[in-house]
Ligand binder design. Structure first.
Ligand code: B12
Ligand code: SF4
Length: 389
């Protein structure tokens, strides 16, 4: 079989922020050696359409695996990426009329049926992680009805199989760095590290607006710290990667796993730096100190509300005091900190809410000021009323 793996546009074409396609790179490793494969990340080219055309016409794929990572645009932009995902599928269909077109990735998982309806060129798509079923998806004897989590077309309808068991994270394949070369992503990003590293999947909390438990599972699946560090070491030694972003929903939870990870990183002396999203109420002086020694370069917080009303509404299971306490910890340890909040949450319509949010923002700025460690503050205006709120 001839398999073409394509990372579809995840940012504005030509945008600086590049993210290594770690999910698709793991799936690429699972293509059997007897098959022929070719990979394309459309984000690496300011104008990927001629490149896509040349690749499809030159390679003549029998199966095309499209990864749909995000539909929402980069921060500060308003345009959905749906049209570039749909255009990619339409071009592939036109240039390789008999190829099996598959889709997957976080954005596909979230909007699977809608995307199947909007993009008729997709034959089948996967909801959830791909490692367990990918070899069946690309096999010559493809049987959609037998593949867990698959959404496919049959009898003029869109059908969906129930999701199967989650995989053991200690069996994750290495990313295929031969076809998706990490070197192509280096040194351009202003906001985060281009290289992702997985420490876990899933989250045991259930904040009211968050889809991470749906995407990765409602409990943590932990990867052994030595395996995480092995992957970082390999990427450092073979590709010179010195900065990683943990793709975990929450890096510092559960605490014992996080401490073990920091210990492994310290012992291995890799000389790498890393970042990730942290939970405020799981951070204390001990873990902050260990993390600093283990290479922590920046903490991203995503409390997502600055009022007690907002935190309760989002079901964050923490209050303003925990947010302020975590800020004091990062200030004491001089850790570069990035804060994300939503403003204009449903019900935050009284002047008392605005006053409370403003006062809490002042308190945070005052905490960070002496250490000058508040790197950025992202506030997003909430314009929807999520169903569960
Ligand atoms: C880590 C992360 C980031 C990091 C990435 C850092 C890095 N260097 O990797 C940062 C913070 C930079 C980031 C930024 C953004 N992100 Co983000 N991010 C994530 C997160 C938490 C994990 C993604 C990940 O790497 N997972 C690990 C890999 C191994 O898994 P995977 O990619 O899902 O791949 C698996 C499956 O999806 C499947 N699969 C993938 N492709 C394919 C293809 C086929 C054919 C098949 C069958 C299967 C398959 O198999 C893979 C292996 O199991 C997800 C949420 C989530 N839990 O998925 C959000 C998420 C993907 N991000 C999202 C968004 C919106 C963004 C931004 C646009 C935010 C912004 N406004 O700037 C930017 C875009 C950045 C860019 N240029 O691409 C959304 C996308 C959904 C949407 N609504 O559009 C998500 C889902 C979060 C959310 N809001 O719900 N992100
Ligand atoms: S702790 Fe973070 S990742 Fe987990 S459910 Fe809440 S917002 Fe989502």
């Amino acid at each position: 079989m001839k398999i073409l793996l394509i990372q579809c546009p995840t940012s504005h074409l030509g945008a600086g922020e590049k993210v290594y396609p770690v999910g698709l790179a793991r799936l690429s490793t699972l293509v059997p050696p007897k098959d022929e494969k070719c990979c394309l990340d459309m984000n690496l080219s300011p104008d990927p359409w001629p490149v896509l055309k040349e690749t499809v016409l030159g390679f003549k794929p029998q199966v095309v695996a499209l990864s749909f990572r995000n539909i929402d645009p980069l921060a500060g932009h308003q345009t959905s990426y749906l049209s570039s995902l749909a255009t990619t599928a339409a071009m592939v269909r036109r240039l390789a009329p008999t190829a099996r077109i598959l889709a997957g990735g976080p954005a596909f998982s979230m909007f699977a049926r809608r995307l199947m309806a909007e993009i008729p060129e997709i034959d089948a798509g996967l909801v959830g992680e791909g490692e367990r079923v990918f070899s069946h998806l690309i096999a010559a004897n493809f049987d959609p009805a037998a593949i867990d989590g698959l959404v496919y077309r049959a009898d003029g309808e869109i059908k969906q199989n129930p999701e199967g068991a989650a995989i053991d994270l200690n069996t994750l394949p290495w990313p295929d760095t031969t076809t998706f070369a990490p070197g192509a992503y280096g040194g351009r990003n202003a906001y985060v590290a281009a290289m992702g590293i997985e420490g876990k999947r899933g989250c045991d909390l259930a904040c009211g607006y968050c889809l991470y438990p749906f995407l990765g599972g409602r409990r943590f699946r932990l990867r052994a710290p030595e395996r995480i560090v092995d992957e970082m070491q390999r990427l450092k030694e073979e590709h010179g990667i010195g900065l990683f972003h943990f793709t975990d929903p929450v890096v510092n939870r559960p605490k014992n796993h996080f401490i073990a990870l920091c210990d492994h990183l310290r012992q291995r002396k890799l000389d790498v730096a890393w970042t990730g999203f942290f939970r405020e109420d799981d951070l204390d002086d001990r873990t902050a100190g260990l993390a600093r020694e283990a290479g922590l370069a920046a903490i991203y917080f995503s409390a997502d509300a600055l009022t007690e009303h907002g935190l309760a509404l989002l079901q964050k299971r923490m209050g303003i005091e925990e947010i302020l306490a975590a800020a004091r910890v990062t200030a004491r340890h001089k850790i570069l900190t990035v804060q994300h909040v939503l403003v204009n949450l449903p019900g935050e319509d009284r002047s008392a809410h605005f006053e409370e949010a403003r006062a809490n923002l002042e308190r945070l700025l005052t905490i960070h000021a002496p250490a000058a460690n508040l790197g950025a503050w992202y506030s997003t205006r909430c314009v929807c009323t999520p169903r569960r709120l």
